[in-house]
Design a protein around this ligand. Structure first.
Ligand SMILES: CCCCCCCCCCCCC[C@H](O)CC(=O)SCCNC(=O)CCNC(=O)[C@H](O)C(C)(C)COP(=O)(O)OP(=O)(O)OC[C@H]1O[C@@H](n2cnc3c(N)ncnc32)[C@H](O)[C@@H]1OP(=O)(O)O
Length: 621
């Protein structure tokens, strides 16, 4: 929906109006494999708050042309050969009759709110009038997309054809059959006898539900996303007025959002940046994709067991080695898959096939022939060196070795390896089966080519390539510094519930103290001890931060090592929700400490911004 398209649309609408007498019907079709991708998001990115009035006029201009076509008095048929999203679906909705090609890859719907916008090209008004205020909500407020079959069930598509070449003949046949039938040239909502399915907001049942809808929505958005709130308002306000006024209400809300910083940020992040990542922007262009045939995992703790699951679920033969816990580690994959089997999301056969790929063992000789071995043992240099030296000789010709360490410098660990140039960090995140990020860390001697191959091999999702940043890694120091600031606040005497709640209010999924509990306070203390030792070896003294000292007290003095060990900043009563450890109040809170909620929010976010900028500066990609 770029400017050129807007001009062409206006001209086409003026033309059909002139030629009205000689037109029997109109076919909307696309010359591309995608039917229509909607508003020009690059154009939206360029808009500023001061463009509001102009954007409102543009939106209204587009909808006036839509209206000219759909109220001309002739049947309009949309031939949907492919995906129609956002403004693209709104174009499809001009048609009184919609025919789609059967294709499981085709997507229809209104993704606007995921981009900080609303379907203000008629999408809200028309979907609400077609489906009703309640049934339309998932499609408008939650951007639920749907394929041709679901569209047909919803009455949004009227015919499905097997192939694109059948679209035009079917459309022509429909137009021929519709001659002399005025209702075939009219939308449902333009008919005199139209009634909104389920009722309008004046219906007491609907009114009751609508009275709680803003609160329910706010619980989900925490008031941080303006688009879903605007979409709900446009739906409800629009349902109380005539069609044209409803369309204008939509346009007003959309113009405000389209020229907002929030929408620009969301479009940039969730569309353009995500597309670049998915398209492998930083991957080498020429290197072929590669999948290891056999992977060895050393250590069947929480991380090792999760990594074994992640490899096996991608069809990779996996050897899980642990002196005592290998069977237990494999049982973790059984537990994960059993939940899916129980819910009918996985067949028992598929579960059995996945589990058969995991070979638990206590013997290093079973690692023979692995083309990748990932060490995931306890964060202890001596232990890591020992298992590296034991396992490395088992690697297949050309194979390489990786450490899943989250805290220890790769170059240092690589000194235990006979092939430091084939030694890298592959850092998975906990819980491995859920977390998309995998961090690849180059040691000082890691061959770049090795790293490139690895980036194509790596785990579940996105990969960050970071050199050995600040002698630790990308995400870990990121989290470290963030959490350090936050636990430091607790040390200043700020009440723990205030820190946790304000973090959630700025958009974090859980509070920082909860995150620290998950990653284990004992791990932080272990790193602190190791850092002190490292400094001491160089004749220096490490000055621990207030945050580090607080966690050290939690672990060493109060015996609160974290969630896995039964409790940390939180208590975890069995079968109940976690609660903040009541003694935090007496041990850390300082009565009379003064703080501003806004300052705390800013501190939480500034730290994140500074760390992100530092990553960019250091070329992490
Ligand atoms: C001054 C302010 C200007 C104001 C403009 C006023 C316009 C007014 C319009 C108002 C009325 C309508 C309002 C409407 O309700 C709002 C919207 O429509 S929001 C947009 C909703 N659409 C989407 O979210 C779809 C986005 N696209 C996709 O999901 C996918 O591209 C696809 C359609 C599923 C196709 O996928 P693929 O085949 O894999 O193709 P690619 O994704 O690789 O895309 C190829 C290429 O095209 C670029 N591109 C795709 N869609 C858009 C887009 N909507 N805007 C801009 N560019 C788009 C994509 O980035 C790729 O580019 P490349 O990487 O090759 O450079």
């Amino acid at each position: 929906m770029c400017l050129q398209w807007q001009t062409d649309l206006t001209q086409a609408a003026e033309q059909v109006l002139k030629d009205k007498a000689s037109i029997q019907g109109i076919i909307l079709a696309s010359a591309k494999s995608t039917f229509f991708a909607g508003a020009d998001l690059k154009g939206v990115m360029r808009s500023q708050a001061s463009d509001g009035p102009r954007v409102f006029t543009e939106i209204e201009g587009i909808k006036k042309a839509f209206r000219t076509i759909e109220t001309l008095g002739v049947p309009v048929v949309s031939c949907l050969n492919g995906t129609a999203l956002g403004g693209g679906w709104e174009v499809a909705l001009i048609g009184h009759h919609r025919i789609a090609t059967a294709n499981p890859k085709t997507q229809f719907g209104l993704p606007e709110v995921t981009l900080g916008l609303i379907p203000g090209g008629g999408g809200i008004t028309k979907m609400t009038r077609q489906l009703g205020l309640l049934a339309a909500q998932p499609y408008v407020l939650e951007s639920k997309l749907f394929g041709p079959e679901e569209a047909q069930k919803l009455g949004l598509v009227h015919e499905i054809v097997a192939s694109d070449d059948q679209l035009r003949p079917r459309a022509l046949a429909h137009i021929a059959a519709a001659q002399g039938q005025p209702e075939a040239a009219q939308h449902l909502w333009d008919r005199k006898d139209y009634k909104m399915p389920g009722g309008t907001p004046s219906n007491p049942k609907i009114a009751g539900m609508l009275s709680v809808a803003p609160a329910v929505l706010k619980q989900k958005t925490r008031g941080l996303y303006p688009a879903p709130e605007a979409a709900l308002a446009a739906m409800v306000e629009g349902a109380m007025v005539d069609f044209d006024t409803a369309m204008r209400i939509e346009s007003r809300y959309l113009a405000g959002l389209m020229t907002s910083q929030v929408a620009r940020n969301m479009i940039n992040t969730f569309f353009f940046n995500m597309n670049s990542i998915k398209g492998g922007q930083s991957r080498p262009k020429a290197a072929p994709r590669y999948k290891p045939q056999k992977v060895g995992i050393l250590g069947a703790g929480m991380m090792g067991s999760g990594i074994a699951y992640s490899q096996a679920s991608r069809g990779i033969a996996t050897v899980l080695k642990d002196r005592e816990a290998a069977e237990k580690g494999k049982a973790y994959s059984h537990k994960l898959t059993q939940k899916r089997v129980d819910k009918g999301r996985m067949t028992a056969d598929k579960q059995a096939a996945l589990l058969s790929l995991i070979q638990p063992t206590a013997s290093a000789s079973d690692l023979k022939g692995c083309d990748l071995i990932i060490e995931a043992v306890f964060e202890n240099r001596e232990l890591k060196a020992k298992v590296t030296q034991e396992a490395e000789p088992m690697l297949a010709e050309g194979g390489f070795f990786a450490s899943n360490t989250s805290t220890l410098p790769i170059s240092g660990l690589a000194t235990a390896s006979a092939n430091a140039n084939k030694f890298v960090g592959i850092h998975f995140f906990s819980p491995v089966d859920k977390m998309q990020l995998v961090e690849i860390i180059r040691g000082a001697q890691t061959m770049t080519r090795r790293l490139r191959v690895l980036r194509l091999r790596a785990g579940p999702g996105q990969v960050a390539d970071c050199g050995e940043r600040l002698a630790r890694f990308l995400y870990q120091p990121y989290l470290w510094h963030l959490c350090d600031g936050r636990r430091g606040m607790l040390g200043e005497g700020i009440p723990a519930p205030v820190i946790e709640n304000l973090a959630m209010q700025v958009g974090m999924p859980v509070g920082p103290l909860a995150v620290l509990d998950e990653t284990a306070l004992s791990l932080s203390v272990h790193v602190l001890d190791q850092t002190r030792e490292d400094f001491a070896k160089e004749g220096k003294t490490y000055q621990a931060t207030p945050g580090e000292l607080l966690v050290e007290r939690m672990v060493k003095e109060h015996k609160r090592p974290g969630r896995a060990a039964g409790g940390g900043f939180y208590d975890y009563p069995a079968g109940q929700k976690k609660v903040l450890w009541p003694e935090l109040k007496t041990r850390f809170e300082k009565s009379g400490v003064s703080y501003s909620q806004q300052d705390i929010k800013d501190r939480l976010l500034y730290r994140q911004a500074v760390e992100t900028a530092r990553c960019l500066q250091e070329g992490v990609c």
